[in-house]
Design a protein around this ligand. Sequence first.
Ligand code: ADP
Length: 243
Amino acid sequence: MFEKVETYKLLAELRSRASRVGEGKLNILLFGAPGCGKGTHSEWLKAEMGLCHISTGDALREEIASGSELGKKVEGILTRGELVDDQTVLDIVAGKMARNPKAPGYLLDGYPRTLEQARSLDALLAEKNSRITAVLYFKASEDTLKFRICGRRIHKASGRTYHVVNKPPKVEGKDDVTGEDLMQRPDDNEQSLVTRLKTFYEQTAPLLDYYGEQHILNTFNADEEAASVKRDVQAVLKIGGQQ
Ligand code: ADP
């Protein structure tokens, strides 16, 4: 069907299509202090929307578990609840996007956390003719955050999470499915949490203005239980039962 089209016209069309590759992607950013529910909501969002999940926290913990040079460098930073440098996390995010170019969109979890990171992300997406579609801010009180973080227990192999009060395992300290030991993240304690919250308020919260000005910020009451927050998110994104 293209035989009769002049070559220069075909080339122009190809160039124009290539430049639109990133358009129409649904890039969602999960935003909020530690314990606000980013991990919980990322699970169903990635499953129901087929988005490529990029969690800088998970990626950094994988580096630590693998014993890599980078892992050794960042281990203390994570345990203390401080931030890893901007370039390191940018490399992680850019790498994951490059490995998943055909994803219908990216679900960014725990990134960006500084204004500098937000600007780098915008530039990275702009290179792909793409941009952030929506920022979901899970706003929770400090009491809620403390309660959730300090009671959180994790089955490392599967990533299943429990809470000693809200969602206890059938047998204390053991995973319901495998019976293996549950663990506590080294930064899930009151002392690290103080630093993590301070870091959030000082370095990350200013991004609320940045995204507010772009009219892509959606705030949810994350003190509510997860099912109710999920319904609110579905309503905003016009997906699931709310359609
Ligand atoms: P939480 O949101 O509960 O603090 P995460 O798993 O997202 O947990 O992050 C754990 C830790 O990993 C952070 O406290 C920080 O040390 C590091 N980290 C994760 N994402 C970033 C980021 N975007 N920039 C700098 N450090 C990060």
